[in-house]
Design a protein around this ligand. Structure first.
Ligand code: 1GP
Length: 236
């Protein structure tokens, strides 16, 4: 079976842009999974499942509901080590490098080892960088860390590169779920220029215009949650 990461690398090397639909198990109505998936752009590549405070049971049930109606790979995007289920295909193994809270740099990761040690989930080490999206995000609240200001392009870029040097395979530039301000184009292009691993961008993307702008700036993968969840993604 081709691994998720080798697919991502192949797409990135061809300049093919990828789209992830993010589902928060705490808010998702599992019995409406089929209708939800029909509404999604048919070019979506992955389903991401996770939220800041979802339980393990909620996560597992949502993954199962999505898998019943979709053949897309499901990747966990865990807010905590408890949101791990074998029902998924892979996991973004996140380290919140923008913050200085050891619990989200390494603590949660250690707690997840007993779940992951014998797991078949594909582990995708990810440099997770929280950037100011104009309002307090759930990541900020839960992790008790500050986002990096959008003006700190050099710091964001160096944080991303430090992530790559530490062995992360992906960089995730996160403006926070429901962000007012999407991660700026200059940040994305600067990070893209500096790292050689694929770049994910998410937070506050609500229209095809914003989506295209983020892709044009250099994002390899875009994550959209809230706009699809609220069914108000603006198509042109
Ligand atoms: C949040 O980046 C994701 O972690 C997606 O954000 O919900 O605003 O699309 P939205």
């Amino acid at each position: 079976m081709t691994s998720i990461y080798s697919e991502i690398l192949a797409s990135a090397s061809l300049g093919e842009k990828l789209l992830c639909v993010l589902v928060d198990p705490e808010k998702f109505e599992n019995d409406k999974a089929e209708a939800f998936l029909k509404r999604m752009p048919q070019n979506a590549n992955y389903l991401l499942v996770g939220g800041s405070t979802a339980t393990s049971q909620q996560t597992e049930e949502t993954v199962k509901a999505l898998k019943q109606h979709s053949a897309l790979p499901v990747i966990l995007f865990p807010g905590s080590h408890e949101q791990i289920t074998e029902e998924a295909d892979g996991i973004l193994f996140l380290s919140l490098l923008s913050g200085r809270n050891p619990e989200y740099l390494i603590g949660q990761q250690i707690k997840s080892v007993s779940w992951l040690r014998d797991s078949a989930l594909e582990i995708l080490p990810t440099a997770y960088i929280l950037i100011d999206g104009g309002k307090e995000s759930a990541v900020q609240r839960v992790s008790k860390t500050e986002p990096i200001a959008q003006s700190e392009i050099k710091l964001i870029s160096e944080t991303a590169l430090a992530g790559e040097f530490s062995g992360k395979k992906l960089v995730y530039l996160e403006a926070g779920s429901g962000a007012k301000n999407v991660v700026g184009s200059r940040i994305i292009s600067e990070v893209k220029k500096n790292v050689s691993i694929p770049v994910i961008v998410g937070g506050g993307i609500r229209s095809t215009v914003q989506l295209q702008k983020v892709y044009d700036a250099g994002a390899d993968i875009v994550v959209i949650g809230t706009a699809f969840e609220d069914d108000n993604f603006e198509q042109l």
